[in-house]
Each structure stands twice: as structure tokens, then as C-alpha cells.
Design a protein around this ligand. Structure first.
Ligand code: MLT
Length: 429
């Protein structure tokens, strides 16, 4: 996939030249995908630049993919290490676990992170929020219409296409038929007016948002929950960046909103909390009271997906998850988040100093930069790579609504952020 240009039309050319063609028809939904997944495409362009400029290899700084760089702190690491060590003893050994996750981890997530607003049996532990989004899609199947924030994390749209929920991409608008795109730009403070748009069965909503960095307020989320309830939509709330919320008035979970348990599922992750992007641990909350139109509890079907197509998260990793939720683990997580938010502030200040309008970065690890009128985000991406050897992400990679913006990730090491700010100031003024 990494060799495919994300913005070239999907092509079967490579398949037809193969000498080993099978007799299996390609899934036509995959042919609808406009190209490779965004982040491998960014890596491909960076590698292409380096192939032409090999002497720049040591200068590259990545403010691209939101991948954590700080080591896992001591207490959390000891949870992982102890989880592994136990497997070497007869008494500590465990084989298959519950597909829904260890009971004590489910309980601790409910208590420590949700203040018991939800119960342990509503929590499904997994290998990450991205994987859970695909599982949620498998549960909904091809017959639903999905709505996404535009711009948004590309997984919502791409998995909708893979599932067969959409038509073809419209090359003029860069939008797929049968997806409701909910514009989120500076003009509407990055919060969509879902009530004024066509109804969707499933509404994907991420707060704090990737890529815009906007954190929805209590009033905004109350409005969204109300509209979903009135329209009979299910809200899939992606809270993977919740620990970055520093404003005490901004909800960290959709379940802080009254009535949310009747309309919402929440996907979440330890990736950005605790440096677990490579470790892999997440969870999804599916409330008891949420049902499909025929009265079947959504939780039953999600449980069916998990028990059929997943064998539970690694027992070692779940031991690390338990350590994250100890008071010591929580303190370590807060220190990690403070560090990344410090980076975000530096990036934000630097971009403002250059003269851009800058959004996000206060309650989120992403800084969203508005480019001068008429400037295309992929052009700016290339310009910055060439002039400053800094990798960013063009807003258009997150959907047509992201055109005219650039996303900077605050997950780089501090010295790289300082150096990147310096180079950007020199290259962009
Ligand atoms: C991003 O850069 O948007 C995310 O890190 C990607 C991900 O979490 O899958």
C-alpha cells in the first residue's frame, strides 16, 4: 500500500501484469479506495525525498504521524515486565483470556477513567482504537450511512469504503457518495452542524479532534447527543486524545453527557496516554441500553464480533494497562502528557510568530495551521520538507475539508521540536 499515490485514482494495472493471477475477483470496495492509507503515503514521500537527497537523512524531523517518542515510564513498564515474567511461572501462567479483557482491567477502566459512569461489563478491551473502529464497522455492515467530521482521522472513511457502505469517490469534490461529510473549519469553530445535514445511521466524532485539535465543549456535545437521539443515529465517539484535555469544563468522555448511554459507543486507547502505540492496548465502551432498531442490544453484536474475530488483548499488555491505572501510573501519564503539551505550545507559538492562524494544541497534541489563501496543503507539505526537512501532514490528507491547513504533531522529542520551530521560522517567513 505504501507504494500507492494516495491521490491518484486506484488502478488495477499492477494486478493485470502479474504472472500469478488468481481466479478470485477483487473486492470491488477496495477498488473504490482513492489510494494508499495516508500515513504510509507520507512515509513514501519522505523516502522519495531522501532518495534524491541522501545527505539530508540525519536532518529529517518528523512532526507527521502522531507517534509517541518518550520511553514508557517506570511504574507502567514494571506492569508490562511483571506481566511477562508471570508467564514463566506455573502459578502465573495464563493462556487464552476472556475475549472482552481481564475482569480487573475492565473494572479499573470503568472506575478510574469513567468514575463508574459506566460498568465493567460495558468495557471491551482490545488492541487499539483503530482496530476497534473496523470492528464497529463489521458490526454495522454495508447497509448503513456514516457521517464523518471533515477533516477527520482517515480510518472512519476508509473503513466505510472497505465495508461497502459508500459509492465511488467524486473526483471533483474528493468525497465518497453515501457518506455525510460534516464540515469542520475555522468558520464554525471546527464543530459541525449535524442537525442541518442529511441524517446518517452512524456518526463518527473525535474529540479532542484529530487533526484539528479542537476539543468539543459540554454544550456542543449535549447538542450532538440530542440530535443523534432525535434522529436515531448511533454516535461513535473517539476519545483517544482525552487525557490531553486540560480545560476542566471540557468533557473527557461522551458518557459525561446526559443521555449519551442511549446513543453512543466510545472507542479509546492507551496509545497516546502511555506511549503504547507499539504496545497496543485500547478499549471500546458499548452501553447496555443502546439498541438497534429491532431492539437487539448493540453490545450483544459487538460481543459477537469480539468473541468470533478476536482472542482478547495480550495478557502481558493488559498487565501494563492495569499499571497505567494505578495512582503512580496516572501520575506518570500526566507527566508524559504535560511534556507533549509543552511541545504543542512551542509549535503553536512558533507558527503564530510566523504569522499563521493556528488552532488546536491546547487540549490536544495536534496543532492545526491555516495556510494563506489559495495555498494547497500538499504543496506546503513538499515546500517545508524541501526547505526545512520537517515532515508535516497536509490537511487535505484528512479529507477535502482539511485543504488549506497543515497538521503538526507534538509527539516529537523536545530538542527536535525546538530545532523544527527554528527551521520553520527561517524557512517560512
Ligand atoms: C495520527 O497521526 O493521526 C495518528 O497517530 C494515527 C493513528 O493513531 O493511527
Amino acid at each position: 500500500a505504501s507504494a500507492v499515490n494516495a491521490f491518484a485514482p486506484a488502478s488495477n494495472a499492477r494486478v493485470s501484469t502479474s504472472l500469478n493471477m488468481s481466479g478470485v475477483e477483487r473486492n470491488p470496495n477496495f477498488a473504490k479506495l482513492a489510494g494508499g492509507y495516508l500515513f504510509p503515503e507520507i512515509a513514501r514521500r519522505r523516502n522519495a525525498y531522501l532518495a534524491e537527497n541522501p545527505d539530508m537523512a540525519d536532518r529529517i524531523i518528523s512532526l507527521g504521524i502522531g507517534d509517541t517518542t518518550k520511553p514508557i515510564p517506570e511504574h507502567i513498564l514494571s506492569g508490562l515486565v511483571n506481566g511477562a515474567s508471570k508467564l514463566g511461572t506455573q502459578e502465573g501462567y495464563s493462556g487464552y483470556g476472556a475475549e472482552q479483557g481481564m475482569g480487573d482491567l475492565r473494572q479499573k477502566i470503568a472506575t478510574v477513567l469513567y468514575d463508574d459512569l459506566i460498568s465493567a461489563d460495558e468495557v471491551f478491551v482490545s488492541d487499539g482504537a483503530k482496530c476497534d473502529i473496523m470492528r464497529v464497522q463489521q458490526m454495522f455492515g454495508p447497509g448503513v450511512i456514516s457521517a464523518v467530521q471533515d477533516p477527520s482521522y482517515p480510518v472512519y472513511v476508509d473503513t466505510s469504503v472497505m465495508m461497502g457502505q459508500t459509492g465511488e469517490i467524486n473526483t471533483e469534490t474528493s468525497q465518497y457518495d453515501n457518506i455525510v461529510y460534516m464540515p469542520c473549519t475555522a468558520e464554525n469553530n471546527f464543530f459541525p452542524d449535524y442537525a442541518s445535514l442529511p441524517r446518517a445511521d452512524v456518526v463518527y466524532f473525535c474529540s479532542p479532534n484529530n487533526p484539528t485539535g479542537a476539543a468539543a465543549t459540554r454544550d456542543q456535545l449535549t447538542e450532538l447527543v440530542k440530535t443523534c437521539k432525535e434522529r436515531g443515529s448511533i454516535l461513535v465517539f473517539d476519545a483517544a486524545y482525552a487525557p490531553f484535555i486540560r480545560d476542566p469544563d471540557v468533557p473527557k468522555s461522551i458518557f459525561e453527557i446526559e443521555g449519551a448511554k442511549e446513543v453512543a459507543i466510545e472507542c479509546n486507547s492507551f496509545s497516546k496516554y502511555a506511549g503504547f502505540t507499539g504496545v497496543r492496548l485500547g478499549w471500546t465502551v458499548v452501553p447496555d441500553g443502546l439498541t438497534f432498531a429491532d431492539g437487539t442490544p448493540v453490545r450483544n453484536d459487538f460481543n459477537r464480533v469480539m468473541t468470533t474475530a478476536f482472542n482478547g488483548a495480550s495478557n502481558i499488555v493488559q498487565a501494563g494497562g492495569l499499571a497505567c491505572l494505578d495512582p503512580e501510573g496516572q501520575a506518570e501519564i500526566n507527566a508524559l502528557i504535560d511534556y507533549y503539551l509543552g511541545n504543542a505550545k512551542m509549535l503553536k507559538d512558533a507558527m503564530e510568530e510566523i504569522g499563521f492562524n493556528v488552532f488546536g494544541g491546547d487540549n490536544a497534541p495536534y496543532v492545526f495551521v491555516q495556510l494563506p489563501e489559495g495555498k494547497k496543503s500538499w504543496d506546503m507539505f513538499s515546500e517545508i520538507l524541501e526547505k526545512a526537512q520537517v515532515v508535516t501532514i497536509p490537511g487535505a490528507g484528512f479529507g477535502p475539508g482539511g485543504e488549506g491547513y497543515l497538521r503538526l504533531s507534538a509527539f516529537a522529542p523536545r530538542d527536535s521540536v525546538i530545532e523544527a520551530c527554528d527551521r520553520l521560522k527561517k524557512a517560512m517567513v
